[in-house]
Design a protein around this ligand. Structure first.
Ligand code: XMP
Length: 323
């Protein structure tokens, strides 16, 4: 019968049988699924696994450190961190259109990740033949159920490698639902901040700045978002709220008054939603006291923000994210 202990034992045996004495690579996103998949594979094959984390500079406060420090401390995994934040900022300069931003972030991410893969392939050691992915049962059902392989194409600036390298996929979460993945992660000793993390989009804060993404705007939004998350957690609302995007309207300024002066600053939008699966959502009727506290703290503590507004739109017609 189903226990997290049984699942772990079974998967560890299956991973060992599949990988043998070859090596595997796993990309970490900061999210629950990739972290738990990596922790399972680490338990099974130890140093034959190398994890890769691409820091695109669009993560929330503390999240990169959670991967670099807490994930590594909990699992003992080999981790290759690529700091690509400058590269992403450059690629995003001057771009405001949401779809264009998403495409740029996706494209840069793949390029940086592939480069890291090629560097790992060139290290001494057994053949790297496997790519670990945190595919869950609902993803399997949605995509028709096949297992697969993944191709990466080598870049012209890296010599001496075949044109196409094919990896076999290792997908240890294929039979699990999200709550089961969290239980497995907890059993494997991953910290709560990783295991209980709410959904966060791959393009990160890049699609929560309405307007051009710049370093200053990212820093500002990271502060506002950290305050909102801290207060929602302190109020015990993490379970009631599916997720709460915090959005910076970079192209909007409004007049305010702070201290003895007039200000002309940006609004921050709070978008707390309740949902079962993110396909539909409703705005969360959360306590006014918590909203008041978040608003006061953000306008006091975050420079250049003089207004906090609440998004009271359901999905549909609004999406959860603003971009
Ligand atoms: P929307 O805005 O479409 O979001 O209502 C639905 C859910 O998906 C998340 N989301 C993403 N997740 N990559 C992701 O991994 C993305 O590009 C992306 N865009 C939106 C969003 O946070 C919400 O949970």
């Amino acid at each position: 019968d189903w226990t997290t202990g049984n699942v772990i034992e079974e998967q560890v045996a299956a991973i060992r049988a599949q990988v043998g004495d070859k090596r595997a690579i796993c990309g970490l996103s900061g999210g629950v699924d990739s972290a738990v998949a990596a922790a399972l594979v680490q338990k099974a094959i130890g140093s034959q696994l190398t994890c890769v984390y691409v820091d695109h500079g669009l993560m929330r406060k503390g999240e990169t450190e959670q991967v670099e420090k807490d994930f590594v401390a909990a699992t003992g995994a080999n981790l290759k961190v690529v700091d690509a934040s400058e590269r992403f900022l450059k690629a995003l300069a001057g771009v405001s259109d949401p779809e264009t931003k998403r495409k740029i972030i996706g494209r840069e991410f793949i390029r940086v990740f592939e480069q890291a893969q090629l560097e790992i392939l060139q290290e001494d050691g057994p053949e790297v033949a496997f790519l670990v992915q945190g595919t869950l049962y609902p993803d399997v059902v949605e995509s028709g159920g096949g297992t697969g392989t993944a191709n990466i194409k080598s870049h012209h600036n890296v010599g001496g490698l075949p044109d196409d390298i094919e990896f076999e996929l290792v997908e240890p979460l294929r039979q699990l639902f999200k709550d089961e993945v969290r239980a497995v992660g907890a059993e494997l000793g991953l910290p709560d901040e990783i295991v209980q993390r709410q959904p966060f989009p791959g393009p990160g804060l890049g699609i929560r700045i309405v307007g051009e993404v710049t370093k200053d705007r990212l820093d500002l939004l990271r502060e506002a978002d950290a305050i909102a998350r801290e207060e929602l957690t302190a109020a015990g609302l993490d379970r009631d709220i599916w997720q709460c995007p915090v959005v910076l309207l970079a192209g909007v300024r409004s007049v305010g008054v702070q201290g003895d002066g007039r200000t002309y600053g940006h609004p921050i939008v709070l978008r707390p939603v309740s949902s079962e699966d993110a396909m539909t959502a409703d705005w969360t009727r959360m306590p006014y006291e918590t909203l008041a506290k978040i608003s006061t703290r953000i306008t006091n503590e975050v420079a250049d923000v003089n207004r906090v507004v609440l998004d009271v739109t359901s999905k549909p017609p609004g999406t959860i994210e603003w971009e």
